[in-house]
Structure formats: structure tokens, C-alpha cells
Design a protein around this ligand. Structure first.
Ligand code: PSV
Ligand code: MN
Length: 392
């Protein structure tokens, strides 16, 4: 296959899910800077995501956060109607076990049985919502943890977490999956229940056959080798999906590839290498988890999708036969250069050709800007009170 054909074949199968909360006003621990065009309602989030998918062709699903998007009593038909209208399907369902006051000291790992039960009930509701909406994946992030040494029984809390996850697993339909996310700190600053990929892996294994690990790229200590974690999870058939974002310091939720595009490329390269060696396609949910406080939200999402495609395309042209041969012969410079050659190849002409071939404009950002959507919603939405629908 020519490099351009490799790129086209890879992009045909590459989709990345957008987060509903990435279109809403979000902030930092210190406050929010509001944007007139930010989405306030579920309809606006679907409409904005529809714009991103229309110009990029690679974002067909929208991740929903239960509390912010589909609170109790939301008829599934309403969500399905929006999905149809705006051309984006409901994607992963994200339970929210971190905002309610009862979760101050944790959810599934709380000392109090009634709080653990409330958390489990919410998880079971979330499974029902996923079923009603035809969504396959439930993405689970727990803020459970503690701020001071000695204040939490670490082993008891691990056992409660495991038991809750097992009970949730029993409610899954055979086609559904639960993806367990880890994060070393924040909002808890002494210990976090699921602090790293090893803990997530053990809990997923203990929960049942349909549980996998979710890697949020921002949820690692600086300098951690994320692609090695990816390689290990692939080897264990336990990599369920990604929350992509970039970071300079902690969980900064910056635009994918804005700080370290080579790292994203290395992650994709591990996945492509696994697929090349095994002859199978890794069943991975690629998702974005970003909040843009300063950039325009829709433009930032288009930029993210384009960057993801570009870095995936670069990984698709890695010459794995040559790479593995160089590894076997311990030709270190040659092996490393295989990666560098692919990374430094300008794949943008191939991406433009791929878009032309699929009836898309060559430049998604320019296409979006030419459409006048942003000006229209800025006028329509200006002056309205910000509502929920996101964190902070
Ligand atoms: C937590 O930092 C996280 O990464 C989880 O995935 C949440 O669902 C998401 O951000 C939004 O708060
Ligand atoms: Mn995340």
C-alpha cells in the first residue's frame, strides 16, 4: 500500500467522540470565563457537535454526562430526536458521582452504606439510560479519595469500590462495557481510590468480563510513559478507551497535541504496532475530554479532531516491518528513526485528499468559519444566563 492509501484506510476507521461538556462554559478552580456562544442546553450541545462532525467527518458520537445532560425524567426519545436532527449519535454515558453533596467523602467507597447504595443506584440508572439510548460504553470516573493521612480505611474502601463495580457489571447488557478511569489526584489530594492504571486494571478484572480500563491522557504524573501503559493494557486485552487531552502540568485539559504531539503519536504507534503484529483491530473508544476556557469551543474541537486525524495518520505510515527488524538487530538509531521519519512526514496533503474523496471540504476549520454558524449562535445565545451542564 502507498503511504496515501495507508492514511486513507486508517482514517476510514478512525472516529473520535466529542464530550458534551466541552461545548459548555467550564472553568478552573478559580472561576469561569463565560463565552456568549457556549452551549447551555443539550440541544445546543448536539447542534455544536453536529457542526464539528459535519466538517471533519470523524466525530459521529457525543459523550453525555448523566447529571448535566440526561437528568432523571429525560425521555430517551428527546435525546434520540436531537441525535437525528443534528446527525450525531449519543456516545458513552458518564455517570456523575462527584457533584452531589452526599459524595463529599466519596461515592462507592464511602464509609456510609446509604451513600454507597445511592451511588450504585445512580450507576444502575446510568446503565438503563445507556440501554435506552443504544449506547455501548459507560465511562466511570470516581472522585473518591481523602485529603489527610489516617482519615480513610484504604483497604475497606478498595473492597467497597470493588463490590459496587461488580454489582454494576451484573446489570450490563451483553453488548455493553464499563470503562474504568483512573487519576492520581484531584479533587482529593492525599489518596484517590483509583489512582493509577494498575488499580483500574485490578478493579476491572474483578468487576467482570465486560470491564476495561480508560486512559485519560491528562491523568498521569508528569514524565510518566503513557505509551508503555497502553502497550501493557493492549497485551492484557484491557484497554477500553481514551479520554484525550493535553497537559503541561497536571490535568490541564488542554487541546490534544498542543503541548506534546509526539506523545500522542507514540500512543497511536503502540496501537498500530499491536494491530500490525496481531492482525486484529483493537476495540478502543477514542474520546476527547477537554474543556476550553479561553479558545472558542467549536473551533477548539475541530482543531482537536484534525490533530487527532493527523497524528493517527502519521502512526499509520510507520514502517513496522523495518522497525521490528531494526529492533531485533538492535540497530537503535535506525529503529528510532523509523518513528521519527513517520512523525516528520507531512500527512496534510493525504488528509486533504481523504476529505475530498468523502465529499468534505479540505480545510474543516475554514469550512466551519465560512458557514456563519458561530456568528449566528453568538447572537442567539448572548445574554442568556449560564446554566449547568458542565463542571466548575
Ligand atoms: C475527571 O477529571 C474527568 O476526566 C472525568 O472523565 C470526568 O467525567 C470529566 O473529567 C469531566 O469532569
Ligand atoms: Mn476524563
Amino acid at each position: 500500500m502507498t503511504p496515501d492509501a495507508c492514511v486513507a484506510a486508517a482514517l476510514d476507521n478512525f472516529h473520535i467522540e466529542l464530550p458534551s461538556w466541552g461545548f459548555a462554559d467550564t472553568g478552573t478552580r478559580f472561576g469561569k470565563f463565560l463565552q456568549a456562544a457556549a452551549a447551555r442546553t443539550l440541544e445546543e450541545k448536539f447542534a455544536d457537535a453536529g457542526q464539528v462532525h459535519a466538517v471533519t467527518g470523524c466525530c459521529p458520537t457525543l459523550a453525555l454526562h448523566v447529571l448535566w445532560d440526561v437528568p432523571a425524567g429525560t425521555p430517551p426519545a428527546v435525546v434520540q430526536g436531537l441525535a437525528q436532527r443534528y446527525g450525531v449519535r449519543p456516545g458513552s454515558i458518564n455517570p456523575n458521582l462527584f457533584q452531589d453533596q452526599i459524595y463529599k467523602h466519596g461515592s462507592l467507597a464511602n464509609e456510609r452504606a446509604e451513600v454507597r447504595q445511592a451511588a450504585l443506584d445512580h450507576l444502575l440508572d446510568s446503565v438503563r439510560i445507556a440501554t435506552d439510548l443504544g449506547a455501548r460504553d459507560l465511562s466511570l470516573w470516581f472522585a473518591d479519595g481523602s485529603n489527610y493521612p489516617g482519615t480513610a480505611n484504604l483497604r475497606a474502601r478498595r473492597a467497597w469500590m470493588q463490590a459496587g463495580l461488580q454489582q454494576m457489571h451484573r446489570a450490563l447488557a451483553p453488548t455493553q462495557r464499563m470503562l474504568i478511569e483512573y487519576k492520581p489526584f484531584e479533587p482529593a489530594f492525599y489518596h484517590t481510590e483509583i489512582a493509577d492504571w494498575g488499580m483500574a486494571l485490578l478493579l476491572a478484572r474483578g468487576a467482570g468480563a465486560q470491564a476495561r480500563v480508560l486512559v485519560d491522557t491528562g491523568h498521569h504524573y508528569a514524565g510518566q510513559n503513557i505509551e508503555q501503559i497502553v502497550a501493557w493494557l493492549l497485551s492484557e486485552n484491557m484497554l477500553g478507551g481514551f479520554h484525550f487531552n493535553d497537559r503541561r502540568y497536571a490535568d490541564d485539559d488542554l487541546t490534544l497535541g498542543s503541548i506534546d504531539p509526539y506523545q500522542v503519536f507514540r500512543i497511536f504507534t503502540e496501537i498500530r504496532c499491536y494491530e500490525w503484529e496481531t492482525g486484529s483491530v483493537a476495540d478502543i473508544a477514542y474520546m476527547v475530554d477537554q474543556s476550553h476556557n479561553l479558545k472558542g469551543k467549536i473551533e477548539a474541537m475541530i482543531q482537536t479532531a484534525m490533530t487527532a486525524q493527523e497524528l493517527f495518520a502519521k502512526a499509520a505510515i510507520v514502517d513496522f516491518a523495518t522497525l521490528l527488524q531494526a529492533q531485533r538487530e538492535q540497530r537503535l538509531v535506525d529503529a528510532e528513526n523509523v518513528l521519527k521519519d513517520a512523525f516528520s512526514t507531512d500527512v496534510r496533503p493525504a488528509l486533504r485528499a481523504w476529505r475530498r474523496g468523502r465529499g468534505l471540504q479540505e480545510d474543516p476549520l475554514a469550512a466551519f468559519r465560512a458557514g456563519g454558524y458561530l456568528e449566528r449562535i453568538t447572537l442567539e445565545r448572548a445574554g442568556r444566563a449560564p446554566s449547568g451542564g458542565s463542571y466548575a
